[in-house]
Ligand binder design. Structure first.
Ligand code: BGC
Length: 377
């Protein structure tokens, strides 16, 4: 994190020679804000941030969403590698989770019910028989407020905030949520969350970005190599609800503790792959060393290194994509053409007292940080 010339915010990109004048051309860090649309009288913006390497990400405050992330391959060819749409209307019609922040409870809550201090709460069922990603009106579908945080000598951050009212989607407590994105000159996408409540509630917040290192819409991700530093995963039942077991990955197609090509074992004769329709599982991170996960695609040479302070990561490989979604440049997002590494607490924790707690209490804000670092080899 370095080198932000604050005057460059809102000023179009300028090409400057490096200080050493070695014929090396660098772009200065820029940020641009445009109107993307309006929902119920609230402005929706598209914010573009270009780092000193000339690589751009785009965000919108609709769902605190990552819209675009463009990084070079090993030959320097830049391409957007995350799923997104070109217009706000397309976000309203399309897959609700492309790049968005999901909350108040990411992934599934069994039967859309949980009990807290003896009171049963009922949520809307949007993924029968369960509640998925907060419910139909979850945080992916609301307009967040925007604040630009300028830090002397560092890249700026975009802070999205949302006040989720008491009993919204059936959850108790008014929650003040923050999702702060920083795009560094080292091609790191840093996402930091902070959430506080005025009444006891449950919380699990993540980002649902899909990645394809060939470029979004350029084929499937089955040839990507994956490492996840997780010695265990949480097996699921036929409704994709964890059974409560923490199963060692050793000797199973879920062992990514050393790098494996995703497609190599995805069709293996293993019950959990049949239940998940492929990989769609929470991995219990060892949290012992860095990185927590690495994705590598040999043709482009692109690499993602992921680090988080969360206990789990949902590795989902687009088993429910069906080629109906058209994103940037009219490209079609086919079956298994994107992968997600959603850093999180375990699904259905409110109904699984044996899992790390997801209870949020007044006066004890939840904070977390996930970094996706993009490079080539
Ligand atoms: C879940 C999938 C679900 C997808 C929706 C993932 O987090 O694990 O089961 O279909 O989100 O985009």
């Amino acid at each position: 994190m370095k080198h932000l010339n604050l005057k460059q915010i809102l000023i179009p990109a300028v090409i400057v020679l490096s200080a050493a004048c070695k014929q090396e051309i660098k772009e200065e860090y820029t940020m641009k804000r445009e109107i993307f649309g309006e929902i119920n009288g609230k402005k929706v913006e598209l914010i573009s941030m270009t780092n000193n390497e000339g690589n751009t990400i785009k965000l919108t405050n609709y769902g605190a969403t990552l819209v675009w992330l463009e990084v070079p391959d090993k030959d320097g060819n830049k391409e957007n590698i995350t799923f997104g749409y070109e217009t706000l209307e397309a976000y309203l019609r399309g897959d609700p989770y492309f790049g968005s922040v999901v909350g108040r409870y990411a992934n599934r809550i069994a039967g859309g019910k949980f009990t807290l201090d003896g009171v049963e709460y009922e949520l809307a069922i949007n993924n029968p028989p369960n509640t998925l990603h907060g419910g139909p009106g979850g945080w992916h579908s609301v307009v967040w407020d925007i604040e630009i945080i300028e830090k002397e000598g560092e890249e700026p951050s975009v802070k999205f905030t949302y006040i989720s009212p008491d009993m919204e989607e059936g959850y108790p407590g008014e929650v003040e949520a923050e999702a702060v994105y920083t795009w560094t000159d080292e091609n790191e996408l840093v996402i930091e969350y902070k959430c506080s409540t005025d009444k006891k509630t449950v919380l699990n917040i993540t980002n649902h970005a899909y990645f394809n290192l060939h470029g979004a819409g350029n084929g499937d991700i089955l040839d990507h190599e994956l490492m996840i530093a997780a010695g265990k995963f949480t097996p699921v039942d036929e409704n994709l609800i964890p059974t409560g077991e923490l199963r060692p990955v050793e000797g199973t197609p879920f062992d990514f503790t050393t790098p494996h090509i995703i497609g190599d074992r995805i069709e293996a004769d293993y019950e959990q792959l049949r239940l998940g329709l492929g990989y769609d599982h929470n991995f219990v991170l060892d949290n012992k060393s860095e990185p927590d996960a690495v994705v590598y695609e040999p043709e482009s040479g692109r690499v993602i290194e992921m680090n988080t302070d969360q206990p789990g990561v949902q590795f989902y490989c687009g088993n429910f994509l069906n080629g109906l979604e058209k994103g940037h440049g009219g490209k079609i997002y086919e079956y298994r053409s994107g992968l997600c590494l959603e850093t999180q607490h375990f699904p259905d924790s409110p109904n699984k007292p044996e899992f790390p707690t997801t209870v949020l209490e007044p006066g004890k804000p939840f904070t977390s940080k996930t970094v996706y670092k993009f490079s080539v080899k």
